[in-house]
Design a protein around this ligand. Sequence first.
Ligand code: XIL
Length: 319
Amino acid sequence: PKGLDALAQRKRRYFGVAFDVNRMSDAAYTQLILAQFGQITAENSLKWETTEPSRGVFNFTNGDIVVKTAQRNKMSCQSIAPLRAHTLVWHSQLPSWVGNGNFTKKELISVMKNHINNVAGHYRGVPYAWDVVNEAFNEDGSFRQTVFYSTIGEEYIDIAFKQARLVDPKALLAINDYNIDGQGPKSTAMINLVKNARKRGVPIDQIGAQAHLVVGTLPTTIRENWQAMANLGVWVAVTELDIRMPTPANATSLAQQAADYKTVVNACLAVSRCVGVTVWGASDKYSWVPEVFSGEGAPLPYDDNLAPKPAYNAIVQAL
Ligand code: XIL
């Protein structure tokens, strides 16, 4: 039995977690990860700044360690989804040699294709899914002015997906973003992009809803929205779930958080094409939230001491 993942598998879903090499020195935490989760996303090790820090210089050291860990885990738990690979084309954690805007359109297309060839090529056949494009949209649904958009135009998305399909035909190819959990301009833009791209033959198989959420403020239309995405014929994956709160936590905020986790898990279970849920870390101790959102934290199912929180019990109940 594999904790949350075993429960999820009874519902033909997986339950995954972001994990990385820098956490492996914590043996108790590593054990908890392997005991509870059936799918791993490398939190940082497959990002461009790590995999191609300078042009044409590729580094798969940490990525390989995470992948091996996920694969070993697969053997014991028979998870349907041992590895989500994150991410190929993103404006953030992008080395300055790519992001500095010095490439022509033709050059940047070639840089992007070469990155995809090497990184997705190195892991060919291994990931269940690749986050090919991450965070392409602004909140109002317009395209984010990244170096890729500004230099190449909207077609950078088509080019990236087609290249990824060529390189790793077995991986599901995902477009991933945050604040596309409930209905709104950003979700509408995502739905329209995926609908139109697929009409043009662009191989987008999955929409990743990051689900970085805030306790007590969940959109009321999560299920309907994910259903609308699924109705396009793509899979939906909940890829980076965490539900943050003002810190320190108290009994009330922890109870609300538990209710919110239940809402999200239930929404995925209610959408038959929602394939699984990945939390963005297991323990509050290792969450990215306090570093980025000042005064907020405690967004994960285990506390700083690796004890399960009410949120953990709520996930168990929902599954
Ligand atoms: C975060 C990691 O958790 C941090 O360790 C890192 O410093 C910054 O990136 N959306 C994403 C993830 O797609 O890659 C981000 O991960 C969180 C927001």
